[in-house]
Design a protein around this ligand. Structure first.
Ligand code: PFF
Length: 451
């Protein structure tokens, strides 16, 4: 087994970088409206079970595979199972998934970056407090042939700069600064939102359990959201696992990341819904919530609203940035390992490719909306592929690999830092990885296709 020199410098660095990957648009934008849609507290309960029972096990599995192999996904699977090199294809699928998710993620991140600028210049504030002009502004901006593309490129360039800085000086240092900033921003917004008149209605919407809304579809959405939110099933945590120092406790690290990610998702709900209800607005789902409803909320707050608007979209952009960094890192590290070219060369090349694809997806919402695949625009098509097909397959393959292909002694050895740690949860971890997680993922995958 070769030893990779690249590694995070400390346990804090590893946790911050992985939390940076996990906390993203999925927490701040997707979690709150999914939670509200499927029964508030009822959904939250199921979500928390999935996150801790299945999501965290997947994360630990990726950490074990990555740290044990000290390779990027394709070679990692091949190294740990030399008799069946075809497992490398699973790694390849993970890398391809990262590529497509990043391209789509860039489009959404471009919008959030654009809205930071629209908040600062007062463009959003000028739209007033009636819904129509605000929705119209978003529709015009997101379908414009040039504007969202410019912000997408700016955001992508920021991601590239961090990756060019390297694992410690780039990813780790940036995450160590941006994650506390993000926590502070979200706390400020929560306090503001919860102290508005009538805020309790929003808290109720988020937390009071309505089991009648928790349908089969809601349960599947909870598992899908858990995987997406923890960034598992696409090789990201596998690559970050290969950077985790040898003396770090994999179980504890994964638990920290899972807990932080879940807390941020809940705090995001508390920052958004009380404000929405306080203004008597409709808690719409999808991009509408963040881009069409929230500007309306900020505009009712006068000058202070401009400040909160800037802070909120900055929060979203910071969260998206550290997630996008982790996705580009998977691509860059894999490319460097397989081509033996300089890291910077691969990073620039891949960044250009994924940005070009992102631009295409962005334009498919406007100028190129006539191009359809199976009746869907390119953006909707990739959204479907990225949520229903690729991540569940990769996640399923990963737990099957860990649970059934890797010798128990190897997994236990890595999990317990070569027997130096006592890890009483190991038996439970192994049991979930072998039986429960594959079954749950199979159900998600099959129902996703059938729905
Ligand atoms: N976890 C990120 C979010 O919640 O927005 C999204 C993400 C990042 C998914 C990295 C997958 C990934 F590999």
């Amino acid at each position: 087994m070769s030893t990779q020199q690249k590694s995070f410098s400390s346990s804090l660095g590893a946790i911050m970088a992985a939390v940076g990957s996990a906390v993203g648009l999925g927490n701040i934008w997707r979690f709150p409206y999914t939670c509200g849609k499927y029964g508030g507290g009822a959904f939250l309960l199921v979500y928390i079970c999935f996150v801790f029972l299945i999501g965290s096990v997947l994360m630990m599995s990726e950490f074990v595979i990555g740290r044990r192999a000290q390779h990027t996904p394709i070679k990692a699977f091949q190294t740990l199972c030399p008799r069946h090199k075809a497992w490398g294809l699973l790694g390849l699928l993970g890398v391809i998934t990262s590529f497509f998710i990043l391209a789509q993620y860039l489009v959404l991140s471009g919008w959030t970056t654009g809205y930071v600028s629209h908040s600062i210049t007062g463009q959003l504030a000028a739209l007033g407090t009636s819904s129509a002009p605000i929705s119209e502004h978003f529709a015009q901006f997101s379908t414009h042939p040039v504007q969202p593309v410019i912000y997408l490129v700016v955001f992508s360039a920021l991601v590239l700069c961090v990756i060019l800085g390297g694992v410690q000086k780039g990813i780790e240092n940036v995450s160590k600064v941006l994650m506390p900033v993000l926590a502070l921003l979200i706390l400020v917004l929560c306090v503001r939102s919860l102290t508005l008149p009538g805020a309790m209605k929003g808290v109720e919407y988020l937390f009071s359990p309505d089991f009648s809304k928790l349908t089969g579809e809601g349960i599947l959405a909870a598992l899908g959201q858990a995987l997406f939110s923890l960034s598992v099933g696409m090789g990201v945590m596998l690559v970050y696992g290969s950077y985790i120092p040898v003396n770090e406790n994999i179980f504890k690290t994964a638990m920290w990341i899972t807990t932080c990610d879940t807390l941020i998702a809940i705090l995001s709900g508390l920052a958004i819904f009380p404000a929405v209800f306080s203004c008597g607005l409709d808690p719409a789902g999808g991009p509408g919530l963040v881009f069409c409803v929230l500007p309306n909320v900020f505009n009712t707050m006068g000058t202070a609203g401009i400040v909160f608007s800037v802070l909120f979209f900055l929060l979203l952009t910071v969260a998206a940035l550290t997630s996008a960094i982790s996705l580009l890192e998977v691509l860059t590290a894999t490319f460097a390992e397989h081509t033996r070219t300089r890291r910077a060369f691969g990073a620039i090349l891949l960044s250009l490719l994924v940005t070009a694809l992102g631009v295409l997806f962005s334009m498919s919402l406007g100028t190129l909306s006539h191009i359809k695949i199976t009746g869907l625009t390119l953006f909707d098509f990739i959204d479907r592929v990225n949520s229903i097909y690729l991540p569940p397959i990769c996640a399923l393959g990963t737990v099957i690999f860990l649970g059934w292909m890797m010798p128990d002694a190897d997994v236990r050895d890595e999990f317990s830092n070569h027997g130096t740690l006592s890890v009483p949860v190991y038996g439970l971890f192994r049991f979930i990885a072998r039986y429960i997680a594959p079954l749950a993922l199979l159900v998600v995958f099959i129902s996703g296709i059938l729905m």
